[in-house]
Design a protein around this ligand. Structure first.
Ligand SMILES: [Zn+2]
Length: 576
């Protein structure tokens, strides 16, 4: 009896690599790897778990994502509708499945992402669930295995999703401090905020054969550079050649390879005590569904009715707006610029060095734009290369050794969307900064002075106090980028700017920013000296109370700050 059409579909599937028609059962036996061409089909999280862990050993975490829409995001569809559709389509509650299991007898905590669920995007609930997996690993002192598959941060949750890069990274940092192995397995595709945080700041990074990983996606890079991309760009073999992954592993040996590294970690003798002050306690779930309390008093004026966010975006990009070097000249004294990443480059888009603020010695690091086209080109429009992030890292570590506070000035459209930046490990460079900032034993004050563009901005903004100039913006993605993805045409940038909640008052309300720094009438560019004085006062007022805080307390509080953002998005079992 011949099968009907629907049954035929279930019996056979076509390889995305070589278009061979394959008998489904044969494909399954081969772990969804094409026997003809070796193409690795994408796996959902449940299938991935079945392949990796010992039978019947997986126990899901009891935590469940709550139904929330933190910024009331609407594009052509309200965000809750997209969530509902993703849940119905996948049978999952979120884009990650977390729990504990054994792999060849080694107990691990696991988080496995699922690209089918809203592109595996990193939202608050996903960040929170992965963080809880990491905390479980720390509690039980067992390795953490992260299997990544993601397009990046979930733009429908605005800057709150951007913060998840820091939340998960500091949990990875706590495991690093405790001497507990962390392993990420990059699967296809791993991009954006996931690539630039926990996919690459773990101890070991394995890439499944055929996986692609990068910070900027190939389409964006092609658009920006107008160039064809090199053969095999961002593939696992490319990543291996450029020193970004430990190994490329075909799916059939992935489980065995994981077992080997877990066996090695089990044989080692990790240091006995983690520094107790640096692990952030689990926060209480805030009652109102907001990620944190609204700051009680801004200290400075928060302007009344908000103007159109799109107008603020344009103000933040104004060519005459003071740059980091302008502020270093006018708000700080005695700036001595320090150059270089000590690894072969000096990025002009990041400036930094020693300076004084009100007579106090500090280390300042910031993005540098320019006022003319020539200056902008020379500074790569304030878009840091991996060398820029590594220079910033070097200077912040220097500050830690010298016991000097760090002030960062954030003004970047984002990290550099270029071929070389990807070859030089952009994702890992950003990821390491985000992680390391959660460990700095010195006060850190960040000021978003102009554009706070996604991961490139966060790489300088994991701080004790985060300030924002009144006309600055801070966002998980540019309004143009968001419009291009979620709206039928990119002219919807103004609508996207409104949906993203990227202005200083909005971010203050969300608890991401502590204080809005006022600007002179007409914007900072209309009276740069006044703007510099307002910035100086705000930084000094925020820095001074931090100076007497013991280092361990500083680190603990900083981690509590970044731990809060996802907590309201997840409930314990039984709590709805
Ligand atoms: Zn094939």
């Amino acid at each position: 009896m011949t099968a009907t059409a629907p049954a035929e579909e279930q019996l056979w599937s076509r390889c995305a690599g070589c278009a061979s028609l394959l008998y489904r059962k044969r494909l399954l036996r081969n772990l969804d790897v094409c026997p003809e061409c070796g193409a690795h089909a994408r796996l959902g999280a449940p299938d991935r778990l079945r392949q990796l862990v010992d039978p019947a050993s997986f126990v899901a975490l009891a935590d469940r994502p709550a139904d929330v829409d933190p910024i009331g995001f609407v594009d052509v569809l309200p965000y809750p509708h997209r969530l509902t559709a993703a849940r119905a389509g996948t049978g999952l509650t979120e884009a990650v499945v977390c729990g504990t299991a054994t792999i060849a007898g080694h107990r691990v905590a696991l988080a496995v992402m699922d690209f089918r669920f809203l592109g595996g995007s990193l939202g608050c609930a996903v960040g929170e669930l992965i963080t809880r997996s990491a905390e479980r690993a720390l509690d039980e002192r067992i390795p953490l295995v992260l299997v990544t598959a993601s397009g990046g941060a979930r733009m429908q949750e605005g800057a709150l999703s951007l913060m998840q890069m820091a939340t998960v990274s500091q949990a990875v940092a706590a495991l690093r401090e405790a001497g507990i192995l962390t392993v990420s397995v990059l699967t296809d595709p791993t991009y954006g905020g996931v690539a630039a945080s926990f996919a690459t700041n773990t101890d070991l990074v394995l890439a499944e054969a055929g996986a692609r990983m990068g910070f900027a996606g190939p389409r964006v890079i092609r658009q920006v550079t107008g160039r064809a991309l090199p053969e095999g760009f961002q593939t696992a073999d490319f990543l291996l050649r450029h020193g970004q992954v430990d190994m490329v592993v075909p799916r059939r040996v992935l489980r065995g390879r994981l077992a080997s590294v877990l066996a090695a970690a089990a044989a080692g003798r990790p240091p006995t005590l983690p520094p107790p002050a640096t692990t952030a306690p689990r926060p209480q779930t805030p009652s109102a569904g907001t990620p944190s309390a609204v700051p009680e008093s801004g200290g400075t004026a928060v302007a009344g009715p908000d103007e159109d966010p799109w107008a603020t975006v344009r103000a933040a990009r104004h060519l005459a707006r003071p740059t980091t070097l302008d502020y270093l000249d006018a708000a700080f004294d005695g700036f001595v610029e320090l150059h270089g990443d000590r690894l072969g480059a000096d990025c002009p888009a990041v400036v930094g060095g020693l300076a004084r603020l009100d007579g106090r010695h500090v280390v300042v690091v910031g993005h540098q734009k320019g006022h003319t086209t020539a200056e902008l080109v020379a500074r790569n429009f304030g878009m840091a290369s991996p060398a820029g992030h590594r220079k910033a890292l070097r200077l912040m570590r220097l500050a830690a050794r010298l016991g000097l506070p760090v002030v960062t000035l954030v003004d970047t459209p984002g990290a550099d969307p270029g071929v070389r930046a990807e070859e030089h490990g952009q994702a890992a460079a950003i990821a390491e900064n985000i992680l390391m900032m959660s460990c700095l034993p010195i006060p850190v004050v960040a000021v978003v002075t102009g554009e706070g563009g996604s991961g490139g901005a966060l790489a300088l903004a994991v701080a004790d106090r985060v300030l924002m100039l009144r006309n600055a913006v801070y966002s998980v993605i540019s309004p143009e980028g968001c419009a291009a993805i979620l709206w039928p045409d990119r002219s919807a940038a103004a609508q996207a700017a409104r949906a993203l909640r990227l202005t200083a008052p909005d971010l203050c309300r969300l608890g991401i920013v502590d204080e809005v720094v006022p600007e002179p009438q007409g914007g900072a560019q209309s009276a740069p000296a006044v703007a510099a004085e307002l910035l100086r006062r705000a930084v000094a007022a925020n820095l001074t109370p931090l100076l007497d805080v013991p280092p361990a307390t500083l680190v603990r509080r900083r981690r509590e700050r970044f731990r809060r953002y996802g907590a309201a998005r997840v409930t314990g079992v039984g709590v709805r």
